[in-house]
Design a protein around this ligand. Sequence first.
Ligand SMILES: CCCCCCCCCCCC(=O)SCCNC(=O)CCNC(=O)[C@H](O)C(C)(C)COP(=O)(O)OP(=O)(O)OC[C@H]1O[C@@H](n2cnc3c(N)ncnc32)[C@H](O)[C@@H]1OP(=O)(O)O
Length: 217
Amino acid sequence: MTAERAEASVAKVLSDTGERPWRSSDLHGGDEYSATYEDLTHALGDFLDRLAEARPDTELIESMTESLAGWARELGPLAVRERDRVFGRRTDLASRGQTMSPTIELAEISDDSASGTVYFGSYFLGGNGAVHGGAIPLMFDEILGRLANASGRPPQRTAYLHTDYRSITPVGRTLGVRAWLCSEDGRKRILRATIHDGETLCAEAEGLFVALKPGQP
Ligand SMILES: CCCCCCCCCCCC(=O)SCCNC(=O)CCNC(=O)[C@H](O)C(C)(C)COP(=O)(O)OP(=O)(O)OC[C@H]1O[C@@H](n2cnc3c(N)ncnc32)[C@H](O)[C@@H]1OP(=O)(O)O
């Protein structure tokens, strides 16, 4: 499958209803950004990890609050329609140009499987060194959603996502992640995924993805 076809497939999933279909350039956020947007999202992710780890004094808290408020004021007037945004639309980047879920670095991807690594920074801490229980299915939806929508398959949405937590998923370690297609039945596809810390199975998930009908949002 070509990258353009994959993007077109995902674009349809993510598109606004009733508007023109997205183009490849929409998903990549246009050509003008090159690597700079990835640098921005890495810097933002790093900031969130450092914030989660730090115990800043009042003076620094006030200074950071003012800086962040300043950036929000600057960005506010630059808001655009969903299809014209960059955040989460950079399908050429491992992070998709977003910080909502951790970056998944895929070392291998085929029509029906994918594997690589994921790193949950301190921002994703639940407690006692374990990743928050909500961040894990978020990551599973991300990798399963990418695989479900790959390889020329029609655009799909998650109908259910079942997660089993087998042992704690540690923060601050590079973990293995695998995803694979299990079955296809008409519009329905079942996919599974795992997170491993070395030989230890941390969590596993099963998702049902349903192909959208024409015009379905
Ligand atoms: C590079 C890439 C970058 C892009 C990478 C992007 C990565 C992120 C991807 C994230 C993807 C998401 O999170 S999507 C967002 C979260 N999901 C949603 O918001 C979905 C909300 N729900 C829906 O829109 C709908 O319920 C659908 C589309 C899932 C299904 O509705 P429908 O189209 O009317 O179909 P329906 O007839 O109900 O169901 C079709 C068949 O599926 C079965 N079915 C439906 N739901 C369920 C269910 N929960 N559990 C069991 N079975 C179910 C039905 O029994 C039926 O089986 P049978 O009778 O035919 O046998």
